[in-house]
Structures are given as structure tokens and as C-alpha cells.
Design a protein around this ligand. Structure first.
Ligand code: CP
Length: 305
């Protein structure tokens, strides 16, 4: 059971994650058969409230709600009363008064979704908050692994790049370790996270080859220039040279290993174009699973049939 809100994967049980992934996998099968017209959430209203830019998350939540038969309002924050100084709580209470059943929120401040959830009647889903969590991204990542490998337990996943600023990395560490996978974190020393518990199934690496040797999954992370103070690495070209994953690195990963990236990707910075577009790449499969897993979450949270 997800509960009223979905704010993060820290503390979410293995049973709940498994339930979401099982429902997400069913949704993916139906979507692959061309089904995208369900009555499951008829009569429900979903509002997306994105204070930060998004292509994948906002579009997939919006499509997920519409495919399930809900009405979906995408609040354009840039042209809303937020621009006149309206507070987050006042915006949330306004959406409550407009009969919104569920709010999907992305915000640059860690904790903003919880703050909103504590003040509104509507259910709240965190679509990414600051450097904190991006739970639905990690769920779609795990669905991608589960559908390809048939399991998550026992996999080794190398998360490579800007770990320090990454909410995707944090949610994946919580979710993957709950599901019994091992996680290796690789980044320049200036982009390592100090708040992630590195005991047990999480190890930290500063050598790329050591980090990806024999792994089932290499997950690249976007360099988040918007969250960085200047000077954490010399230049993007030097970052790629020393820390980027290139075709020549793929020989070190497991024979049936795959490449993932949450997107948007900076080509030839985190991953080479050859790796992004190569046979091992599951980046677009992740996007499709994002739609499936968000349909599953909306259905489970809004009690649809
Ligand atoms: N992965 C992800 O959150 O992508 P968007 O920023 O496009 O939503």
C-alpha cells in the first residue's frame, strides 16, 4: 500500500515497491498491445504542478492520467498566480478547492512536496524535489531492470556521474538496496554525496573501470550545472575525458549488461553518443516504462479498477 502520498523511496517496503512494479509491468504489456483508453480513473482529477522544467516526467504523468480516463490539468507555473507571489500552501489549497484528487509536484526545494502534502487534502506525488528524491524515476528504472533481467535482487548497478546533486541517485540507492541489489557510486571526488549511507550494499569508487567492472547496469547521471557552484570540475570536455562512459568502457561490464540514463542527457559529457545510441542502451525503454509505472502509481493511489 502506497498510503496517502508518494514522497520518496526511503522507508518504502519491498512489498509496496514489488506491487508497483507488478502493476507497472501489466500496464507496459497493455500499452505495447496498443491499449491507451481505460476507464479506470473516470471521475478523478489530477493536477501537475511543476516549478522546474520537465519533458519526460510531466508528459508521462499527464498521458498516464489521460490514458486511465482521469481529467488532467497541467498548471503552467510560469503563467500562474505563483508569479504574483502566491505561496505553495495557498496554491495547494486552491487546487483542493477545485476538487483535485492528486497533485504531482516538482520543486527545486528539497522537502517542498512533503510541505505541500502536510497542508492539502489531495494526494501528493513527488516528481523530483531539489537534491532529495525522484521516486517515480527510480521506480521506472527498477521496472526497466526487472523486465530485462527478470529480477532486481542480486543485480549490481553502477551509478556514474554527479551523485552529489542527484535526486535520481538517492531514490535509486534506497529502492535498489531495499530490493536486494548492490549499488556502486562513481563520481569525481568533488561530486560525491556525503549524506548517502555507504554501508552494506553501497560502495563508493573513484576509478571508472573499478566501478563498472562486471556490473549488470551502468546508470549515467546528468551533470546538473544548474545546481553547481562553479569549479567542481575543470570543464565539460575534461569531465568527459576522465569520467564519461565511452564505447571502449563497455567491454568491462557484464556480457548482457545494459546502459541507462534518466535523461535529459548531455551527449558526449556523461555518456558518449555511441553509448547512448548503442545496442546496450535502454534509455528510451526507460521513458516507456516511465509512462507504465506512473499509470500504475495513479491507479494504485486513486483506487481505480
Ligand atoms: N528524468 C527526468 O526527470 O526527466 P525530465 O526532467 O524530462 O522530467
Amino acid at each position: 500500500m502506497i498510503g496517502k502520498d508518494l514522497l520518496g523511496l526511503k522507508g518504502l517496503s519491498k512489498e509496496t515497491i514489488s506491487e508497483i512494479l507488478a502493476e507497472g509491468s501489466k500496464m507496459r504489456d497493455l500499452l505495447d498491445q496498443g491499449e491507451k483508453d481505460f476507464n479506470t480513473l473516470k471521475g478523478k482529477n489530477i493536477t501537475t504542478l511543476f516549478y522546474e522544467n520537465s519533458t519526460r516526467t510531466m508528459t508521462s504523468f499527464s498521458n498516464a492520467g489521460k490514458f486511465l480516463g482521469a481529467t488532467v490539468s497541467n498548471l503552467a507555473v510560469g503563467s500562474s498566480s505563483v508569479k504574483k507571489g502566491e505561496s505553495l500552501i495557498d496554491t495547494g489549497e486552491t487546487l483542493d478547492a477545485l476538487n483535485t484528487d492528486l497533485i504531482v509536484i516538482r520543486h527545486s526545494t528539497s522537502g517542498a512536496p512533503k510541505f505541500l502534502a502536510d497542508h492539502v487534502k489531495a494526494k501528493v506525488v513527488n516528481a523530483g524535489d531539489g537534491m532529495h528524491e525522484h521516486p517515480t524515476q527510480a521506480l521506472l528504472d527498477m521496472l526497466t531492470m526487472k523486465r530485462y533481467f527478470g529480477k532486481i535482487e542480486g543485480l549490481t548497478v553502477a551509478i556514474v556521474g554527479d551523485v552529489k546533486h542527484s535526486r535520481v541517485a538517492r531514490s535509486n540507492v534506497y529502492g535498489l538496496t531495499t530490493m536486494g541489489a548492490k549499488v556502486r557510486l562513481f563520481s569525481p571526488s568533488t561530486l560525491q554525496a556525503t549524506d548517502i549511507d555507504k554501508t552494506g550494499n553501497v560502495t563508493v569508487h573513484t576509478d571508472l573501470r573499478e566501478a563498472i567492472e562486471g556490473v549488470d547496469v551502468v546508470m549515467g547521471l546528468r551533470i546538473q550545472l544548474e545546481r553547481q557552484q562553479q569549479g567542481l570540475f575543470p570543464s565539460l570536455s575534461e569531465y568527459f575525458k576522465y569520467y564519461g562512459v565511452k564505447e571502449s568502457d563497455l567491454k568491462y561490464i557484464a556480457k548482457n549488461g545494459i546502459i541507462m540514463h534518466p535523461g535529459p542527457v548531455n551527449r558526449d559529457v556523461e555518456l558518449s553518443s555511441g553509448v547512448i545510441d548503442g545496442a546496450n542502451s535502454h534509455i528510451l525503454d526507460q521513458v516507456s516504462n516511465g509512462l507504465s509505472v506512473r499509470m500504475a502509481i495513479l491507479k494504485l493511489m486513486l483506487g481505480g479498477r
